[in-house]
Design a protein around this ligand. Structure first.
Ligand code: FES
Length: 142
């Protein structure tokens, strides 16, 4: 595994909220993504990873910086109440019903979660600094 693509430890990913981090695809500047542990019934939680943007208004963030709200295994967009199945990313209720969140590929290895998506590079944990998002140089380490 590429250590530079390590997002966090598996045990830090909650089932009732999200871990927010930053990625780039090299073309569009930084974007936000979220990790969520889903309760699949298996011994170990399944993880899902989505870009942090609602499918109703795609500039709206689902996790606004303190974890996305969740209800019964679904991510909730607080703006107009869209519900997204945390496992499949499908909007099950709301103005974008039937749409899907954009998935990112991740891999769990030795208790850590890595971004392993060919299109995205991991930048760091936490939100984009919207005040100066294209030149953010956050040095926060975990
Ligand atoms: S922006 Fe998310 S439901 Fe409208």
């Amino acid at each position: 595994m590429d250590a530079s693509q390590r997002i966090t430890a598996l045990e830090t990913v909650p089932t009732d909220s999200t871990v927010l981090f930053r990625v780039t695809n090299g073309a569009d500047g930084p974007q936000e993504a979220i990790l969520v542990a889903t309760e699949s019934g298996a011994d170990e939680p399944e993880l899902a990873c989505w870009l942090n943007y609602c499918q109703h208004l795609t500039h709206i963030k689902i996790d606004k910086g303190s974890g996305a709200p969740m209800r019964d295994g679904e991510l909730v967009c607080a703006n107009h109440g869209a519900y997204f199945d945390a496992d499949s990313g499908e909007c099950t209720h709301g103005p974008c019903e039937g749409a899907y969140l954009s998935a990112l590929e991740i891999t769990v290895a030795d208790g850590d979660v890595y971004l392993t998506d060919d299109e995205y590079t991991y930048l760091g944990v936490g939100p984009i600094d919207d005040g100066d998002e294209l030149t953010s140089t956050s040095n926060v380490e975990f």
